[in-house]
Write a protein that binds this ligand. Structure first.
Ligand code: GAL
Length: 675
């Protein structure tokens, strides 16, 4: 395949570039000309174009103007830039929203929204679908084989929901398809509660929180609708173009089950805007690394960080970037499996609500800003990393973070944390973060994924168990895996109905030898966990930070007990041998420090070694491998100089120096070592 016809992430180099909106600058052709000079200076090679260009492409209903886009794509080709051509459905033209108000969503309160802002069209409206299909067809026909187009950027950050009569009717049809009869649905929804037995599908209102299956099904349905809308676009594109399709996700955005959206994408793209100034860098870093690890795991392949901010995303960050922070964020993505990092956006616009949002080119228009220079320097470094492009991540450890289970817990009444604590299930993040602190590679997966490729599996608060999952967890362990179950696991089934026979359900009670009788949500300081005859970090007592369960060790060794109050002495952490493996049950929310120490101990016993030994606590490492070489991305998350002593010879990929085993990392600094 020649370089010109390589698609998506298959380039022989890392992608680097961003959202480019030349349609906002058509009146100043000298700016566009300058852009292409600057792109080379910034070492940028790839751009998303046309994300919000619908009105420029179709100024009025059925009247098209592609001249400007022809010109821009030809310029990209001439200058060797790759393009993710966007379908412009993320923002509708005013004429569409006003001429056809049915394309505007109906809000939860039943009122029709006015045309405004973006990403707010009704996915069901036939008029919307017709107009979207028409513009996408015109783009795909015209540019499907354009040499600059290496992929398709579908719409933008799909999100939200519509309660119009058409969407509600579709929801009813979705339920009908799934449950076949009202009787089955009523049973699944436990509809006898508050006399909610439905006698006609049309009576079902997803806004009624009485039956907590409704909210869950509505969320599933919104994912189905969104994927369908995306497919409407991608099916058209696929008839005209071989280039792969993707859409930009938003980390762990709660409104859509991204694993289902992932199935509709040829490769995964994500937008990432961490607020480094709001929390400890390691806290922010954990969330970001976890999201990257999930995006890699979705296809077990490199993904693209489609958007990030080279400066300050004005809507969430107050402070300018500190030394090392920018490069650390970019290399965090590359280390965790990105084959490209791109920005929103290339050039700051002169108006609109994002005019002071960080961009590569500032209003002064030069290449002299700090941000431009940083981007250019990083771009130059990326060019030298071509040998790592496409490298794989091999993880022995996995953490389950499951959308539907999170939804089910969120729509269930009860289990509120103490005042100030969020009810949201942040346990997957807490456990991920602890494991990340053990310096191992981690896959972040959902409950229906294959567990067999891992040795160590953490299942934090998997409240909802889908069919067959308990059996697969048991199999995983009996074949030699180490399984960690935590509180709030296995309480409801796919209908959000409590599982009978004692929690954790579906056979897990017997399997792990623990019965969870009840759940307490104490205030901070009200409960502790005492380790039985061993210490972690030279301590044997730790605070409970949130929920904790009153459990009975029916057939398991007790490793720790509660230290206070009326359930003092009850088990808090247990272990049981199961076949060739072990299952642990952690009944209380614990802080990261104790979890990290606990996992370090377990991993050591399992002979799962850290990627690099002896790293300081504030340093993190990620590993990618290709053609027999291992590449270690080592990053300092502190503001102090860190000194690393490594065993074995490592080569700094940039300096080329074989420095033996001594490495210094400045504040916030990152580097890549080749073994
Ligand atoms: C993203 C969005 C971009 C831009 C950016 C600003 O969520 O996709 O279009 O608005 O935020 O940070």
């Amino acid at each position: 395949m020649s370089e010109e016809t390589r698609f998506g992430l298959e380039q022989p180099f890392f992608l680097h570039g961003g959202d480019y909106n030349p349609d906002q600058w058509l009146e100043q052709p000298e700016i566009i000309e300058r852009d292409f000079e600057l792109m080379d200076k910034a070492n940028c090679n790839t751009f998303s174009i046309g994300v919000f260009s619908w009105t420029k492409l179709e100024p009025s209903d059925g009247v098209f103007d592609f001249g400007w886009l022809d010109n821009i794509l030809n310029l990209c080709e001439k200058h060797g830039k790759r393009v993710f051509l966007a379908t412009p459905t993320g923002a509708r033209p005013a004429w569409l929203g006003n001429q056809f108000p049915e394309t505007n969503r109906i809000l939860k309160d039943g009122t029709r929204a006015r045309w405004n802002e973006r990403e707010n069209h009704c996915y069901t409206s036939p008029v919307m679908r017709e107009h979207a299909a028409r513009i996408v067809t015109r783009l795909a026909e015209r540019y499907g084989n354009h040499p600059a187009v290496c992929g398709w950027h579908i719409s933008n950050e799909f999100n939200g929901e519509c309660f119009c009569p058409l969407c509600l009717e579709r929801f009813h049809n979705y339920l009908k398809d799934k449950y076949k009869t009202l009787e089955t649905f009523n049973q699944a929804a436990w509809a006898g509660f508050w006399s909610h037995i439905y006698t006609d599908w049309s009576q079902i209102d997803p806004r009624d929180c009485t039956l907590d299956l409704l909210d869950l099904e509505w969320k599933r349905f919104i994912t189905v609708c969104t994927v369908e809308f995306m497919k409407l676009e991608t099916d058209i594109i696929r008839t005209y173009s071989q280039a792969p399709v993707t859409t930009n996700m938003m980390g762990f955005y709660n409104g859509l089950d991204y694993w289902r959206l992932a199935e509709a994408c040829d490769f995964i793209a994500d937008d990432c805007y961490p607020s480094w100034d709001k929390e400890e860098p390691l806290k922010v870093g954990a969330r970001v690394a976890m999201s990257h690890d999930m995006h890699y795991a979705m296809k077990n392949k490199p993904f693209l960080m489609m958007e990030s901010c080279p400066g300050r995303p004005e809507w969430c960050v107050r402070k300018m970037r500190r030394a090392g922070e920018f490069e650390r964020e970019m290399l965090l993505a590359i280390g965790h499996g990105a084959d490209g990092t791109m920005y929103f956006q290339w050039r700051k616009g002169r108006g609109g609500m994002e005019k002071f949002h960080g961009a590569v080119v500032d209003h002064d228009g030069s290449n002299r800003t700090m941000i431009f220079k940083r981007v250019a320097d990083y771009g130059a470094k990326l060019k030298t990393l071509a040998e790592i492009h496409g490298a794989a991540i091999q993880a022995d450890c996995a953490v389950i973070s499951d959308w539907e289970s999170r939804w089910a817990l969120m729509s269930t009444f009860g289990f509120q944390g103490a005042p100030g604590q969020e009810k949201e299930n942040d346990m997957p993040l807490r456990h991920y973060s602890a494991l990340w602190g053990c310096h191992v590679s981690i896959a972040v997966i959902e409950q229906v994924c294959d567990f067999s490729k891992y040795k160590f599996l953490i299942v934090p608060s998997l409240y909802m168990l889908k069919k067959g999952v308990a059996e697969r967890l048991i199999q995983f362990t009996e074949k030699g895996g180490t399984l960690i179950l935590t509180n709030m696991t296995g309480m409801v089934d796919e209908n959000n109905q409590a599982i009978l026979g004692g929690f954790p359900g579906n056979g897990l009670r017997k399997f792990c030898g623990v019965w969870n009788e009840d759940v307490d949500c104490p205030d901070p300081g009200e409960q502790t966990v005492m380790l039985n005859g061993f210490q972690l970090n030279e301590r044997n007592s730790f605070p409970v930070t949130g929920r904790c369960e009153i459990i009975h060790a029916e057939d398991a060794d007790v490793l720790a007990t509660y230290g206070l109050d009326f359930y003092k002495g009850y088990p808090a952490i247990t272990r049981k041998k199961a076949g060739a493996g072990y299952v642990f049950y952690i009944a209380a929310d614990l802080d990261e420090e104790v979890l990290t120490a606990f996992y370090k101990l377990l991993l050591m016993n399992l002979k799962i070694k850290p990627l690099l030994p002896g790293l300081p606590d504030c340093v993190r490492v990620a590993k990618r491998s290709k053609d027999g070489h291992d590449y270690y991305f080592v990053q300092n998350f502190s503001n102090e100089l860190q000194h690393l002593s490594l065993s074995g010879k490592m080569m700094n990929i940039w300096s080329g120096n074989a420095k033996g085993n001594k490495i210094y990392l400045g504040p916030g600094e990152s580097t890549i070592l080749r073994a």
